[in-house]
Design a protein around this ligand. Structure first.
Ligand code: B3K
Ligand code: ZN
Length: 878
């Protein structure tokens, strides 16, 4: 735990490192409470950093220092300074070797940063600043070194892994053995990894485009060895895709993945040795849902893609995090789009962006894609850096086209291979390869907040001229009151009254990308034969909000006829949003709530479109989430949101009962399970229909769920039936299925996590008491982030109704858990507190209660740097 008032690091203060480390030799003697780490560094003065020989500063946290030697000569304690955050060593020569011995305690490391134990297996997590919890080191990404690592351990740990290639192994004595690994590629310390345990593996091979053979291995505990096939398939598909789409080939002889149960996030791209949260790699049809299969495919690809976008070309400093994360998320999203339904993938990503990233952009932690400052970098692994960062890369792709973008990425990889660079270098490569000027576009990296486009149009029927006036603005965000105009690609098409597409020019172009660069700009289309209906921001071509006065009839035309699948869905969302906004007003006014007829008819037509991708139909039938409605509101009235949404869901379910039932029955067939796009789409629609049917709580519907629960042969159908019965119907039925499900699956970690989250996210009355009871259940463990996310995280983030109970009990509960968790795992605590940091946007009652809960976290004192940063910034009232 650090100081309660951590200092702020600024991008403007960046300086080159004073010293470089040409090679790093590490030796670990693994013991649960007392692991010995020996490091031998070849250090050299960085010629680019200036004159003289300043002292060498090494980072180190929670380490027990044993000895320091320079060029083989031991240093006495007076010859260096050891403080809470590292070592300062005077330097007399421009090149020297430094040998440091220290001890660490993996067993007591519950922060899951550095070297720790998970179910008796040693593993590491070094990004961003975890390596300093292993040994003293210049722990910054612009210090790149060649690592050789020897692991010595008891033979109870038969598998000993690190980065690169294995070069030696042998016995130390009768009980202990060792393995030495050498990584030929220089890398920053954050990409270091070590694993030791009793692990089984599955093995496969991949032949690269230049004909090299690569061994692929996935390691896991023996009980999970049957759950690795999907990850292996995904890995091979990702390797091929990166060759075909980006010309990027894998560069080592071996690529390893290890599944770990205790992990702070999804996975980590350590060079040649990716470490994965078990939930993001292990799957079988009986135990994993379609969503899990798709998540695994995308995360395996994401981590693999980092080998080029992140490892070969890395970040100069942590302000540049989006250089690797935004680009890699864009790459994995395109990969998933190619493997599955492109439109559905886009809808899923944009829904998440709109709901959660827009809220982040408008909240107290709002920051640009490239932040200017931070107290704790772990707090900046955000949706803004990742998802908005990916949207920024996508906009470059839209502006340059596929070929232009590929020219840019080729130049970027060629120019910067083996280097630690900046977002600026990425944009410059795109410019230089295409002869374009992206000067104004760069504001996407430096200005926070979600831009708003207000669009008006005018049609001159005599002159057949159609005019679009686009005004852009961006709300003030902390530290940035004034914003300059962004460079925004606005993709659009124009529809005729019969739904056909109008030509935009004499060549017959049907779709174009307008480049919006000014605060107000007018675009004119000539020879437009009738007043058109604009289909704006197709494919969500920029991360902005579009305001245009669509009528319900126009939205229905777009839903039916737009050639852009994303905008068909989006038109439905706008229609539903308008209806829900009216219902919120009616609720507040005490007027009787009534279902808007246009919405009902639109949903009925969607259900009748049997030729449409069923996954798209499922998305179109899903109302905007309560979180999305909250994000869109100026002042969040949680009670009105809940009432409007519940009323609409129920009214739709009642009115469309027959159509939903037919849809369910049409898709309820006994196909053998395959996690492929077409089948996933059918299951998605079937289970969306089931959820709606069960909202009516009619016995017939609940029996359908009962029988699906009893007969399901895959986890997608089983979990959907479970959720339907936990959310609706009588308590007895819910507790019976929950009991049966647990008894059947209690030995399977991933299914138990699903079981926990279904309960925590249920809108059923009394969920908070159920959540408290779950925390006392043997399946719960406060030191396991997956369990924490499944119980506390699911309740606070995915249960709008129960979390926002008017008495404030949900907020107080969250605050209590955050305080307890901060002592064990600051990263998870700082993330979990998010829902109550948005207190300022709520109506008075919840606002005060949320604020009090947040204040109680601050008042608890002794906060980690992670939690302190989030809470102190969120409590500020200016
Ligand atoms: N790069 C890691 C994230 C590390 C988070 C450290 N707090 C996973 C990823 O984005 O691929
Ligand atoms: Zn990543």
């Amino acid at each position: 735990m650090r100081d309660a008032q951590p200092s702020t690091v600024y991008l403007k203060d960046y300086r080159q490192p004073d010293y470089l480390v040409d090679s790093t030799r590490l030796r670990f003697e693994l013991e649960p409470n007392s692991t010995l780490v020996e490091s031998r560094l070849a250090v050299r003065r960085n010629p680019a950093a200036g004159e003289g020989l300043p002292p060498l500063r090494l980072d180190g946290v929670d380490l027990e220092l044993i000895s320091v030697a320079m060029d083989g000569v031991p240093l006495s304690k007076e010859e260096y300074t050891c403080h809470a955050e590292g070592l300062i060593i005077p330097v007399h020569r421009a090149e020297f070797t430094l040998e440091i011995h220290n001890r660490i305690d993996p067993e007591r490391n519950t922060s899951l940063e550095g070297l720790y134990l998970s179910n008796g297996m040693y593993c590491t997590q070094c990004e961003a600043e975890g390596f300093r919890k292993i040994t003293y080191y210049p722990d910054r990404p612009d210090v790149m070194s060649r690592f050789t690592t020897t692991i010595v351990a008891s033979k109870d740990y038969p598998v000993l892994l690190s980065n690169g290639n294995e070069i030696e192994r042998g016995e130390v004595d009768a009980d202990r053995h060792f393995v030495t690994w050498e990584d030929p590629f220089a890398k920053p310390a954050y990409l270091f990894a070590l694993v030791a345990g009793k692990l089984e593996k599955v093995e496969d091979h991949f032949t690269t485009m230049s004909g090299r053979e690569v061994t692929l291995q996935i390691f896991t505990e023996a009980k999970n060895i049957g759950k690795c096939a999907h990850a292996m398939r995904s890995l091979k598909a990702a390797m091929r895709w990166d060759e075909e789409v980006y010309g990027r080939e894998y560069d080592l002889d071996i690529f390893m993945i290890v599944a770990v149960d205790h992990f702070n996030m999804g996975a980590m791209e350590n060079k040649g040795l990716n470490i994965f949260n078990s939930a993001c790699v292990l799957a079988s049809p009986e135990t994993a849902t379609d969503a899990a299969f798709q998540r695994i495919e995308s995360i395996v690809a994401h981590e693999y893609f980092h080998n080029w976008s992140g490892n070969r070309v890395t970040c100069r400093d942590w302000f540049q995090l989006s250089l690797k994360e935004g680009f890699t998320v864009f790459r994995d999203a395109e990969f998933s789009a190619d493997m599955n339904s492109r439109a559905v993938k886009r809808i899923e990503d944009v829904s998440m962006l709109r709901t959660s990233q827009f809220a982040e952009d408008a909240g107290p932690m709002s920051h640009p894609v490239r932040p200017d400052s931070y107290m704790e970098i772990s707090n900046f692994y955000t949706l803004t850096v990742y998802e908005k960062g990916a949207e920024v890369v996508r906009m470059i792709h839209t502006l340059l086209g596929s070929e232009g973008f590929r020219r840019g990425s080729d130049l970027y990889f060629e120019r910067h291979d083996g280097c630690a660079v900046t977002c600026e270098d990425f944009v410059a490569a795109m410019e230089d390869a295409n002869g374009v000027d992206l000067k104004q576009f760069r504001r996407w990296y430096s200005q926070a907040g979600t831009p708003v486009l207000e669009i008006d149009d005018d049609y001159d029927s005599a002159g057949k001229r159609y005019t679009l006036t686009v005004r852009q603005s961006c709300p003030a965000t902390p530290g940035q009151s004034e914003k300059l105009p962004f460079h925004i690609p606005l993709k659009l098409g124009l529809l005729a009254a019969d739904g056909s597409e109008l030509a935009l020019d004499s060549e017959g172009t049907k779709e174009t990308v307008l480049e919006v660069t000014a605060a107000e700009q007018v675009f004119v289309f000539e020879n437009i034969p009738e007043r058109p209906l604009p289909s704006l921001l197709r494919g969500f071509s920029a991360p902005v909000k579009v305001r245009y006065g669509y009528t319900p009839a126009q939205l229905r035309l777009l839903m039916r006829a737009d050639t852009d699948a994303f905008n068909r869905w989006d038109a439905g969302q706008r229609l539903a949003f308008g209806a829900l906004a009216q219902l919120q007003r009616d609720y507040r006014a005490g007027t009787e709530l009534q279902l808007q007829p246009e919405l009902l008819e639109a949903y009925r037509s969607v259900l009748q479109q049997e030729d449409l991708d069923p996954a798209l139909v499922a998305e179109m039938l899903t109302l905007p989430s309560a979180q999305t409605l909250a994000e869109e509101a100026d002042i969040i009235d949680a009670e009105a949101i809940i009432a409007a949404r519940k009323f609409t869901e129920r009214a739709l379910a009642e009115a469309l009962y027959e159509e939903l039932l037919q849809t369910y029955q049409r898709l309820d067939h006994d196909k053998p399970y395959r996690p492929v796009a077409d089948d996933i789409a059918e299951r998605r629609l079937k289970n969306t229909a089931l959820a709606y049917l069960c909202i009516t709580e009619r016995e017939e519907a609940l029996q359908l769920a009962d029988s699906q629960f009893a007969s399901a042969t895959n986890m997608t159908d089983s979990a959907a039936a479970l959720a339907a019965l936990v959310n609706r119907g009588d308590d007895q039925r819910a507790s019976t299925v929950l009991h049966d499900f647990y008894e059947r699956w209690k030995e399977d970690d991933q299914v138990v996590e699903l079981w926990l989250s279904v309960q925590s996210s249920s809108p059923r009355r009394g969920t908070l008491e159920a959540v408290r009871a779950l925390m006392a259940h043997p399946a719960f463990e406060l030191t396991n982030p997956n369990r924490v996310r499944s119980v506390i995280g699911a309740f606070a983030n995915r249960n709008f109704e129960q979390f926002h109970q008017a008495d404030g009990s949900g907020f107080r509960f969250l605050a209590e858990q955050v305080i307890a968790l901060d002592k064990l795992n600051p990263q998870i605590a700082a993330r979990l507190v998010t829902p109550i940091t948005r207190w300022k946007k709520y109506t008075e009652g919840p606002r005060e209660k949320m604020h009090a809960a947040l204040q109680s976290v601050m008042d608890a004192g002794q906060l980690s740097a992670d939690l302190y940063e989030v809470v102190s910034k969120s409590l500020k009232t200016d």
